[in-house]
Design a protein around this ligand. Structure first.
Ligand SMILES: [Fe+2]
Length: 166
């Protein structure tokens, strides 16, 4: 059976393209992807090794949430502090129980794999879960598996293309 290699992109509705681009660049280190004519229809950004696509919508409906893996947990929280971006371990419930000794109102740890997590919101209220797995990634046999590199200017290979509708 055919499978999936990775999630290529997630599309999120927004109300202001420039504000969204600036926020994702500053907060998550996103990179603008210049897609030529497509730029008029969507804002497309690379975040890590994946893509986020944003569509300006008059009544932007916020997502449930999506999660991104952070490469430097303490560095990310410091950046959030410096930018004044609030983050919370339990945005839906301030009374969520503390489950590990490291849990506090700002961040938590999953009991099973030590995953660090917290939640932020983009300017349109889309909730983003930030996660960090200190134990890394393994295959079913327990062998370490490296993630794809987050190399600047990473892009899917392009081909010459002539639009049918100019
Ligand atoms: Fe989640």
């Amino acid at each position: 059976m055919a499978g999936i290699k990775l999630i290529h992109h997630v599309n999120v509705q927004i109300s202001d393209r420039d504000r969204t681009r600036e926020w994702y660049e500053n907060v998550l280190g996103a990179e603008f992807l210049d897609r030529g004519a497509i730029n008029q229809r969507q804002l497309q950004l690379r975040i890590g090794t994946g893509e986020m696509h944003f569509t300006v919508t008059p009544e932007a409906a916020s997502t449930g949430h999506f999660a991104v893996e952070v490469d430097d947990w303490d560095g990310m929280l410091l950046n959030l502090d410096n930018l004044g971006v609030p983050y919370s371990r339990s945005p839906g419930s301030v009374d969520a129980p503390l489950r590990t000794p490291e849990d506090n109102q700002y961040q938590g740890r999953r009991e099973d794999n030590g995953e660090h997590y917290t939640y932020i919101h983009d300017p349109d209220g889309n909730m983003i879960e930030l996660v960090y797995h200190p134990l890394g990634l393994t295959d079913s046999a327990g062998n370490p598996v490296a993630l794809a590199d987050n190399t600047k200017r990473l892009r899917w290979k392009q081909k010459d293309y002539v639009a049918r509708i100019p």
